[in-house]
Write a protein that binds this ligand. Structure first.
Ligand code: TXA
Ligand code: MG
Length: 312
């Protein structure tokens, strides 16, 4: 794939929006760092973000929106959300709030969590792109997994050229570090320091932020233990279904549902949470899961399956 460089003008915005509508990936500038964007409602497009970054885990992603009203269609709003959004949006602040049921976002965006990280970027190019697209854009920083966040289109191309459809070149990012992330599911909690100073947030809230301690279940943002695990036990590397089991197939090893009969790991990732929920709802004691190759997106799929098996 040849990665196109798009201009930060209406023609570039229209091209980027067309790529997003077709399920493709476009990196774009925000005031913090460049994001690697996809249509947040499209499972397959979001799966491709993880594939392009080479991420061995499904970390939840930030959804970018153009207005508070749009944010309110995806998350439960609160007084603290109103205070922080009216003081700092658009800007380098991400809020984690309860996901609304029926929000229509891909379950890969939230890594199947009941919460959603959402922000309204201030960069005019990001806003122009969101307006041209007219929908929610999921975007982690546009760097390969384990590398530092990109603050120019050149940085993006160094890491991801040939792996994504396009990058919109909007020059250097003015803030240069990622957004500050505040959890608002309980008392306002600092989940990640970033471009918006803690002092400004605390002044607006009129109280100190909670900070997750080292003994807290949240070791890093998004790494919470409350991740979905099926009620059923999970048996991995199953080559056949035993009595009383339901089976999740992959490739030639078929089951009640198949993650991808064609053996396509992007399709398998896009189907993972849906199929686990659907099989769990059948009420069997055990979900047997066919072997998944441990390469590319298969590593993230296996990471999630191992967690489900450990808890089941
Ligand atoms: O400035 C930024 O925030 C940039 C630009 C592109 O918007 N994005 C960014 O995304 O830094 P990323 O994926 O590199 O970092 C997002 C962080 C991750 O650490 C993730 O675990 C956390 O946000 N996160 C996402 N959803 C979450 C949730 N529901 N609960 C807790 N943490 C969450
Ligand atoms: Mg990042």
């Amino acid at each position: 794939m040849q990665t196109r460089i798009l201009s930060p003008d209406p023609i570039g915005f229209a091209s980027a929006a067309a790529i997003w509508r077709a399920g493709g990936l476009v990196a774009f500038p925000t005031e913090t760092v460049y994001g690697l964007g996809a249509d947040a409602r499209n499972d397959r497009a979001v799966a491709r973000i993880f594939e392009a970054k080479g991420r061995p885990q499904f970390n939840p992603l930030i959804v970018h929106v153009l207005s508070v009203q749009e944010a309110q269609s995806y998350v439960g709003w609160s007084h603290a959300a109103e205070v922080l959004a009216s003081a700092f949006w658009p800007g380098p602040l991400t809020l984690v709030l309860p996901l609304k049921s029926g929000a229509g976002l891909s379950s890969l965006v939230t890594a199947d969590l009941p919460t959603l990280a959402i922000r309204m970027p201030a960069h005019p190019v990001a806003q122009g792109l969101l307006a041209a697209f007219g929908g929610p854009v999921a975007a982690p920083s546009a760097n390969p997994s384990g590398r530092i966040s990109p603050t120019s289109a050149d940085h993006v191309l160094t890491g991801l050229a040939g792996r994504i459809e396009a990058v919109v070149d909007g020059g250097a990012c003015p803030v240069g570090v990622e957004s500050t992330i505040i959890g608002l599911v309980d008392d306002p909690t600092l989940l990640r320091s970033g471009g918006l100073p803690v002092e400004a947030l605390e002044a607006a809230l009129g109280k100190p932020l909670e900070v997750p301690g080292t003994d807290s279940p949240i070791s890093a943002p998004g790494q919470m233990l409350s991740h979905y695990a099926p009620t059923a036990k999970v048996r991995l590397d199953a080559t056949e279904r035993r009595d009383g089991e339901v089976m999740l197939g992959y490739g030639a090893i078929d089951g009640d549902l198949n993650l991808s009969s064609a053996g396509d790991l992007i399709e398998a990732a896009a189907n993972l949470f849906h199929h686990l929920h659907a099989l769990d709802a059948q009420g069997a004691a055990v979900i047997a899961v066919a072997p998944i190759p441990d390469r590319g997106l298969g590593r993230a799929i296996n990471d999630r399956l191992r967690r489900a098996a450990a808890k089941g």
